[in-house]
Design a protein around this ligand. Structure first.
Ligand code: ADP
Ligand code: MG
Length: 241
């Protein structure tokens, strides 16, 4: 079986007027199912560009990116949207919840796009809120929730479609240290107990410490890639062969 994520010599070049920015410069990377990975690096090093590409929000300028064995580079926008909806959950630094809309309705949204009945949408969204410890807060609006609770709603929204891959770009960047620990505890449990592959971007060493692998990006290339905890079984098999 193919790896979940395979990047081979991936380039991303942005053109703004006459200026060309090489945000990713020949990056190669493999991530297996079930991994918990932190991507680190200074501002402007290409972390968000990489996450957008891994999440099929963007395509490489050059090189090959395969997700679940499918080459993303050749897909049409509607096919990319289909992959995002079926396979990927996103969590952002600024939560990106819809204001004046309840926690339940926010968590329901991806299911609405899937065309589920309202009853199923509500039941599955309520279950997802329960998984992140927000049982009883279904009717609260974002303004009635703390930052940590809003990020939990965002995680519930990302989880509600049962994605195989969760991508989080600085998920604790707007949170105090206690809320950060809670959010990382939730992500750690989702990875450990449900086997969801999680890739997150962080600046903070103590956030990265929850993960099992730290990849440092510098100028659009991988500067270091190291295991900080035991590799998951699938990778161990690969090493032994
Ligand atoms: P990071 O997330 O590590 O801070 P980014 O991936 O956002 O870095 O950016 C990497 C480089 O690409 C930076 O030089 C940034 O200015 C540039 N960049 C990012 N997005 C765009 C875009 N949409 N258009 C032009 N340049 C961009
Ligand atoms: Mg960024």
């Amino acid at each position: 079986m193919s790896s979940l994520i395979e990047c081979e010599d991936v380039w991303k070049v942005y053109r703004v007027g006459d200026v060309e920015v090489q945000a990713l410069r020949g990056l190669s990377l493999t991530i297996e199912r079930g991994e918990f990975v932190a991507i680190m690096g200074s501002s402007g090093s290409g972390k968000s560009t990489l996450m957008n590409m891994l999440g099929c929000l963007d395509q490489p300028t050059k090189g090959c990116y395969r997700l679940n064995g499918i080459e993303v580079g050749g897909l049409r926008p509607d096919e990319l949207a289909g992959i995002r909806n079926q396979q990927i959950g996103f969590v952002f630094q600024s939560f990106n919840l819809i204001p004046r809309t309840s926690a339940l309705e926010n968590a329901q949204l991806p299911l609405f796009y899937r065309g589920l009945s309202l009853k199923d949408q509500r039941a599955q969204a309520a279950a997802a809120l329960g998984r992140v410890g927000l049982h009883g807060r279904e009717d609260h609006y974002p303004t009635q929730l703390s930052g940590g609770q809003q990020q939990r709603v965002a995680i519930a929204r990302a989880l509600v479609t049962s994605p195989s891959l969760l991508l989080a770009d600085e998920p604790t960047g707007n949170l105090d240290s206690q809320s950060s620990r809670e959010i990382m505890g939730i992500l750690e449990a989702l990875n450990r107990d449900e086997g969801i592959t999680i890739i997150l971007v962080t600046h903070e060493v103590d956030v990265a410490a929850y993960t099992a692998r730290e990849i440092v990006i510098h100028d659009g290339q991988i500067r270091s890639d190291r295991w900080t905890k035991a590799r998951p079984p699938s990778s161990q098999v690969e090493v032994e062969i």
